[in-house]
Design a protein around this ligand. Structure first.
Ligand code: PLP
Length: 501
């Protein structure tokens, strides 16, 4: 029961309990929460999880980070979060692409993107944490989304008693399906608003609100408190470690790996949460070799792992993999703090805030490169990867997964790359029908054509049930507010929630 949490930075010396960490977005100094130790698997413990159902693996991993909840409680929550009702095809099915590359599909949940893996579990952890801390106020979650988090969070928190959720998405930066999914979401305690700006603008606005003492005081008077459902939330991150443990064991079980043999892992990255979870799994003792950080045209992470300089002073591109259109990868701060310590991290984050750029010392870069390599893939090459993977392997992938497959293919050619590669697939191809159809058919759907139907006719791949009939659902939410009005918008939502209680 000794695990505690501290800040990634030097301005907050408190030690926080696991339950506090789930309910708080940031530390007092604007940093993120880090565990004081990484709870590694003892000899035989990883093997003992092989063959266990996903909820059992989830309970085991979560209990290590949140020992205040019992294994039994966590198992019950995980069964609801990852059971057949939510994941009819299983939580993280593994597909073999060829004898080298294995794809773990993380998009078989209710919103058809990997965010469900964490956001089906988070509300249950939140409810447990509130009980533990005897919290009677309503937890008001606020989230910036590049497209998939928003919907997954709304779906996860929909009508969960004692919680409410407000989502801000970039009006111009999400796919048609992503927008429809959000603005048609049901539930009395949810709301989404589009902002004029990109994801970074939305994320910055949300971080500012989370740190705003006046806002917190005002909400407190209304018997509410603010929380973050972004991937900076530690409860989300831990839930993401689970599928790496599960997928590694699945590769051993189906003979792709000998027990203990290393695999490399390739992750399509944006805010750096997913790949940080892979790194945590490695540090816990899952035999992973290199972690391949795959980026789209917004290649700030690629450059960072090559040069040690993280430079956001560049053009922001809207790409066909919008959930990775991010220049400020928040979870990188956690990796930095683990590797370089809180003093250097504080300096880096101050330089990032003041100048938009920071660099790490040579020794830190060397250390990072022991675990990470990075590749970026442009728009045309992403489309080509979708087309080639379909033509050669009869495997239909979405643009985010294609960015990862492209990186994995390039990594395969390096002298260091002898291991099998676990590629995580983060979205259903039907969530991005227009781009995927364009890649497969080599023609852009015309105005008025239904891209999803075209893609289905061309490939005969099944459309996930949650994406059927979206266009017919009533629209509940609007968009198009300026970024300086998010505070007002949130306050109005809070007032509505208060009246409806
Ligand atoms: C969120 C998301 C990503 C990026 O994941 P991070 O944890 O932010 O790095 C990649 N692909 C899809 C489909 C996503 O929704």
């Amino acid at each position: 029961m000794s695990i505690k949490y501290v800040s990634t930075r030097i301005g907050d010396n408190n030690r926080y309990s696991p339950a506090e960490v789930i309910l708080r977005g940031l530390t007092e100094d604007g940093g993120l929460f880090l565990p004081t130790e990484i709870p590694a698997f003892d000899k035989g413990e990883l093997e003992a999880l092989a063959g266990q159902p996903y909820p059992a693996v989830a309970a085991d991993v979560l209990h290590r980070y949140f020992p205040c909840f019992s294994l039994r409680e966590l198992r019950a929550d995980a069964e609801q979060a990852y059971g057949e009702a939510k994941f009819p095809d299983g939580a993280a099915p593994l597909r073999m692409l060829d004898d080298k590359i294995f794809v773990c599909e993380l998009w078989h949940g209710p919103t058809c993107a990997f965010k469900d893996m964490a956001l089906q579990m988070l509300p249950r952890l939140v409810v447990r944490a509130m009980k533990k801390l005897r919290e009677k106020r309503t937890a008001l979650f606020v989230t910036a989304t590049s497209g998939d988090t928003g919907k997954a969070a709304m779906e996860g928190f929909c009508d969960v008693a004692g919680t409410a959720i407000k989502v801000f998405f970039p009006s111009e930066g999400v796919s048609d399906t992503q927008r429809l999914q959000m603005i048609t979401q049901e539930g009395e305690n949810v709301s989404a608003t589009g902002i004029n700006g990109n994801f970074d603008d939305a994320q910055k606005a949300v971080k500012t609100m989370l740190a705003d003492r006046r806002m917190r005081k005002k909400l407190h008077r209304q018997k509410m408190f603010l929380c973050s459902a972004n991937s900076i939330n530690w409860g989300r991150l831990v839930s993401q470690i689970v599928y790496y443990v599960y997928a590694y064991n699945a590769m051993v079980r189906n003979g792709a790996l000998l027990p203990g043999e290393e695999a490399d892992v390739c992750v399509p990255s944006g805010n750096f949460g997913n790949i940080l979870a892979a790194w945590m799994a490695k540090k816990m003792g899952v035999p992973f070799g290199r972690l391949i950080c795959a980026s789209n045209k917004n290649n700030v992470l690629t450059e960072f792992f090559e040069t040690g300089v993280y430079d956001t002073r560049r053009e922001f591109w809207h790409t066909i993999s919008p959930s990775m259109d991010i220049l400020t990868a928040s979870n990188l701060e956690r990796l930095l703090s683990f590797v370089a310590g809180p003093v250097e991290t504080t300096g880096c984050m101050e330089r990032l805030r003041d100048c938009g750029v920071f660099g790490v010392e040579e020794a830190v870069l060397t250390k990072l490169r022991e675990d990470f390599v990075a590749f970026d893939t442009g728009e045309q090459a992403t489309l080509e990867t979708i087309a080639r993977t379909w033509a050669d392997r009869h495997y239909l992938c979405d643009p985010h997964t294609a960015v990862a497959l492209s990186a994995a293919r390039r990594w395969e050619k390096e002298p260091d790359a002898a291991r099998r590669v676990l590629v995580v697939s983060t979205a259903s191809p039907y969530k991005f029908s227009e781009s995927v159809y364009t890649a497969i058919a080599d023609r852009v759907p015309e105005a008025g054509e239904d891209a999803m139907a075209l893609l289905h006719a061309a490939t005969r791949e099944p459309i996930p049930a949650p994406l059927c009939g979206l266009a017919e659902k009533p629209v509940r939410f609007g968009d198009g507010i300026d970024v300086d009005r998010v505070g007002e918008d949130l306050a109005a939502f809070a007032a509505r929630m208060r009246l409806s209680r």
